[in-house]
Write a protein that binds this ligand. Structure first.
Ligand SMILES: [Zn+2]
Length: 270
């Protein structure tokens, strides 16, 4: 059933270049760590960013340097040995095995404002935890909305291929995600927003009562904010208060209480 959904999704993406697609690991130029896991990139090359960043501020020289040597070098990336583990760590240096699909994707029973069906899926354990998180938030008067969860290897691959076809490989490597490096592909991440923010993925979430509640209580339900503020030099991503990652309540609470990034907590940085 999921395969059918995925096949339909990929067909639709290839069938029309009018279809806006979501990216990971968008490079904004050499020397910058201005990455977002959740940028939307339209086929003509116009980046729709839900944050305050301006992609036009890139350094042309830096871009050229970047295109010669993409930051994520497939040859040097570590392939994780335990992709099904709830504590699997995927980042710019660590990737999922080629073609990896999570084993137990389901749709959580929560409010969605998703652009396609595939993004409504999560790993079963994470999906049920998300239902509990949203229910608890609702009881406190905070209405959360799920935006984007699972993103398949095939989707990322198709998107990357489309950019190569439309804009050339150099462009594709600068602006499109390399499949396997997106945390969304694990089925353990969900981007959230609220109606008051127009369902956009924005740092403004941290100024809302909903965003503050999630930041304080998410770990009780197994979720942490994976890309904290001021830690882009470690995580490789700017602050993303909307990107929740499931680790289970014990581990999420330990990470939360440590005040560390995931990379620091697991000793992956010096
Ligand atoms: Zn995300």
């Amino acid at each position: 059933m999921i395969r059918k959904v995925l096949a339909t999704t990929i067909f639709m993406m290839l069938a029309t270049i009018l279809f806006a697609c979501q990216q990971d690991d968008v490079e904004l130029g050499s020397g910058q760590t201005a990455h977002s896991a959740d940028l939307e990139l339209q086929p003509k090359g116009h980046i729709v960013i839900h944050e305050q960043e301006d992609p036009n501020q890139t350094d042309p020289n830096g871009q050229e340097e970047d295109s010669q040597k993409p930051e994520t070098d497939e040859n040097e990336a570590i392939t994780v040995s335990d992709p099904d583990a709830i504590d699997v760590i995927v980042n710019k240096e660590r990737k999922l095995p080629d073609g990896y699909e999570p084993p137990d994707l389901i749709q959580p029973n929560v409010d969605f404002h998703a652009t396609n069906e595939e993004r409504k899926y999560m790993r079963e354990e994470a999906a049920h935890a998300l239902e509990e998180l949203f229910q608890a938030a609702s009881e406190e008067g905070h209405d959360l909305v799920a935006i984007s969860g699972y993103r398949s290897y095939g989707t990322q691959e198709a998107v990357f291929a489309m950019h190569v076809s439309n804009n050339g490989r150099e462009y594709a490597e600068q602006y499109s995600a390399v499949p396997g490096h997106s945390e969304h592909q694990t089925g353990l991440a969900m981007d959230i927003s609220t109606e008051s923010l127009g369902y956009s993925l924005t740092e403004d979430l941290s100024d809302t009562a909903e965003g503050q509640w999630v930041a304080e209580h998410g770990h009780e339900y197994g979720f942490i904010i994976r890309y904290p503020e001021g830690k882009s030099h470690i995580t490789g991503y700017n602050y993303e208060p909307w990107h929740l990652r499931y680790f289970g309540d014990n581990l999420a609470t330990a990470i939360y209480e440590s005040g560390l990034t995931v990379e620091e907590y697991f000793g992956m940085v010096e």
